[in-house]
Design a protein around this ligand. Structure first.
Ligand SMILES: [Zn+2]
Length: 413
């Protein structure tokens, strides 16, 4: 039997239902934030399934959880697959969890089919991908890849002031697994992550598999305008330096400048603050955030220049500044892995299309370590980060079948 044939849709679906009880919300979603008791419960459940199958289990100093199925060559570097088990506060049951359960199903399917790969295969659950309780997100994979410092991350606090180090210690105490000594991170031969698309493109195109070519880059900015507070009733318009009026001029020029013909560039103003925030005072200061994303760094550079020019030109009679807060470079996935995903989807007669990922994923960090790629499946109406997030058992199984075939090929190299 092939690995793909041994994938069991019913088992995969049931595992999603079992996991969705941990932190389950009345609307059918989950609230399973990183390093919470619910997160620990999910780790325990995965560990119990792994033990029942005779797979080995270990964790690292940032709490990433690894399930390992041995290959025939003990010296060969492993191939890895997985995602995350933490959720947004009002999250869905498939975001992240699907990637972990698909990887685990792949290991089980190979076990059931009696197929031994040359390289070991590892299913991973990365710590804190969502970044809703502890920032930044994709923390476990970033530490694994050496892109964030372990010691810095251990000191991060949540909004209640709980230090990550303590939450991690609690979690590992409640969900024990043997600790791998030393700094997180080890050599890998390949990495493939499966995820629901979290957008509507596959559904609209009636395709089952997204062959993910890369992850778009993102940049965040803060724009601040400075004017002068004045009496709302007595100050004539000509005498005002209204900081919010300046902010709205800048914002609307930015919306216009970031409209592209093929709707690839993403531009969002997500938070606006106005000071002093009094109904009868002309605002003396305003600020807003800008989140801009695109698969090409050059396009981001071009549009960043436009934003800077707009801030300089549109502020008068106020003054304004724009500061870049973060910049994450786009990820280009490995061409061989991309081709392999497409070829295996074709071989399984699954409709597919190439597409970049709009959202960030753990794979963006692991892609700096080894050849990496991703597989998307549709989610209902493209809705994600929402309790009503949904996907079909058939699509989840289809993505897992592609994953198994890709993993077998990579792990026999
Ligand atoms: Zn996710």
């Amino acid at each position: 039997m092939s690995g793909a044939k041994a994938v069991r849709e019913d088992r995969l679906w049931q595992r999603h239902a079992d996991m969705a009880k941990l932190g389950g919300t009345p609307k059918g979603g989950v609230n399973r934030q990183a390093l919470s008791p619910e997160d620990a419960a999910a780790r325990n459940l995965l560990a119990s399934w792994a033990k029942a199958r005779g797979f080995s289990l270990f964790t690292d100093a940032i709490g990433n959880l690894f399930v390992r199925r041995e290959g025939s060559d003990p010296a060969a570097l492993p191939v890895m697959s997985g995602s995350h088990m933490d959720s947004q506060p009002t999250g869905g049951r498939f975001d992240g969890m699907y990637g972990v359960l698909a990887a685990f199903e792949a290991l089980e399917a190979l076990e059931d089919a009696g197929l031994r790969t040359r390289r070991p295969l590892i299913a991973v659950a990365w710590t804190n991908e969502e970044g809703s309780r502890f920032q930044p997100g994709a923390m476990g994979s970033a530490v694994f890849a050496g892109r964030n410092k372990l010691d810095d991350m251990l000191m991060v606090k949540d909004w209640k002031g709980v230090v990550l180090k303590e939450a991690l210690a609690e979690t590992l105490k409640a969900a024990p697994a043997p600790m791998r000594e030393g700094k997180p991170g080890f050599a890998l031969d390949g990495y493939v992550e499966v995820h629901i698309e979290q957008g509507p493109r596959l559904e609209n195109a009636r395709k089952t598999i997204g062959v993910v070519t890369g992850i778009q880059g993102s940049r965040r900015y803060i724009v601040e305008t400075l004017g002068e507070e004045a009496h709302a009733g007595t100050t004539p318009r000509a005498a005002r330096q209204d900081a919010f009026a300046a902010a709205t001029r800048i914002a609307s020029a930015m919306y216009e400048a970031t409209t592209d013909a093929d709707d690839t560039l993403r531009f969002t103003i997500g938070r606006v603050e106005v000071y002093p925030g009094s109904p009868n005072t002309v605002p003396g200061k305003a600020s807003f955030t800008v989140d801009m994303r695109h698969p090409s760094n050059e396009v981001l550079d071009v549009h960043e220049k436009k934003l800077l020019a707009i801030v300089a030109a549109r502020a008068a009679p106020c003054t304004a500044r724009i500061d870049r807060v973060t910049a994450v470079a786009p990820t280009d996935f490995d061409l061989h892995v991309i081709d392999l995903v497409r070829a295996k989807a074709d071989a399984l007669a699954l409709s597919n299309m190439d597409m970049p990922s709009g959202a960030g994923h753990d794979a963006m960090h692991i892609a700096t370590l080894c050849p990496a790629g991703m597989i998307f499946v549709p989610c209902e109406h493209g809705i994600s980060h929402n309790e009503i997030e949904n996907a079909t058992p058939a699509d989840l199984a289809a993505g897992t079948r592609v994953l198994v075939e890709v993993l077998v090929e990579l792990a026999n190299r």
